[in-house]
Design a protein around this ligand. Structure first.
Ligand code: KIV
Ligand code: NA
Length: 270
């Protein structure tokens, strides 16, 4: 069983591995492959719930998906991603929503898209025993503010602001920080300045770990960002399974005798 303290120490010489998962069967696959951390990302909005952005994802959706992932996971650290407006509206409600992920859904930690407004919350949660993974750089819940999903931290001032925020979250007790879509040299600088591990996505090779969205890795996503990489072609497998089923039913070859049962003692009442 991985803990946040294992992660703080780093996964040894090797980079930390993190992937998203949103359901029990895929979580079991990820866990049994030896991935260190499973993030039940609000990327579920785009990846599996059919939304165009992450903004409509609810606390109930993340809680339900996190519970399913936790039930199927033995070793990996399970991190629930706090959806848009589930934190930041007021302190008490934020703490309750985060606590719910540990209490009701058996998560080991929460991830929160970070900003100046999440420093105090991170400290409060850490004090209460709710480990926090911070998230800086591109924070997709700000898509309306940002006007898109552009790379962040591309000026000296912006990189400095990101470093200051990363350090503030480390000081507040965060056990790690995701850096999304930032220049590799900025991610390298921040990784060097922090004691807690950084986990990058679109942030180059110098972070302490890497994360990708599972449907991108599987080749199941309709759209994937330029920094992701497809490692398999699950879509083609799914398409051929469904096509084969349809063909078998339409042609009458399924179900065959071995898929059927005849009850001998039913009288002929038809
Ligand atoms: O929701 C998500 O999958 C994420 C990762 C991309 C870090 O936040
Ligand atoms: Na997310």
């Amino acid at each position: 069983m991985s803990t946040v303290q294992d992660l703080r120490r780093g996964a040894g010489d090797q980079p930390i591995t993190m992937l998203t998962a949103y359901d029990a069967p895929t979580a079991a696959i990820v866990d049994q492959a030896g991935i260190d951390v499973i993030l039940v990302g609000d990327s579920m909005g785009n990846a599996v719930l059919g939304y165009d952005t992450t903004l409509p994802v609810t606390v109930a959706e993340v809680e339900s998906r996190t519970a399913a992932v936790s039930r199927a996971t033995e070793d990996a650290l399970v991190v629930a991603d706090m959806p848009f407006l589930s934190v930041g509206v007021d302190m008490a409600q934020s703490v309750e929503h985060c606590g719910q992920m540990l209490k009701e859904a058996d998560a080991n930690a929460v991830k929160i898209e970070s900003g100046p407004h999440t420093v105090e919350l991170t400290e409060r949660l850490t004090d209460l025993g709710i480990p926090v993974m911070a998230h800086l750089g591109l924070t997709p819940q700000h898509v309306n503010q940002l006007g898109g999903y552009a790379r962040q931290g591309t000026t000296t001032e912006a990189a400095k602001r990101m470093l200051d925020l990363a350090e503030a979250h480390e000081d507040a007790g965060a056990f790690s920080v995701v850096l999304e879509h930032v220049p590799a040299n900025v991610a390298e600088g921040i990784s060097g300045a922090l004691d807690i591990p950084t986990i990058g996505i679109g942030a180059g090779p110098h972070t302490d770990g890497q994360v990708l969205v599972l449907t991108d890795v599987f080749g199941l996503s309709e759209n994937s960002p330029p920094f992701s990489k497809q490692f398999g072609d699950v879509r083609t497998e799914m398409e051929s399974a469904v096509a084969a089923y349809r063909e078998a039913v339409e042609s009458g070859s399924f179900p065959a005798a071995e898929h059927s049962h005849v009850a001998d003692d039913i009288e002929d009442v038809y």
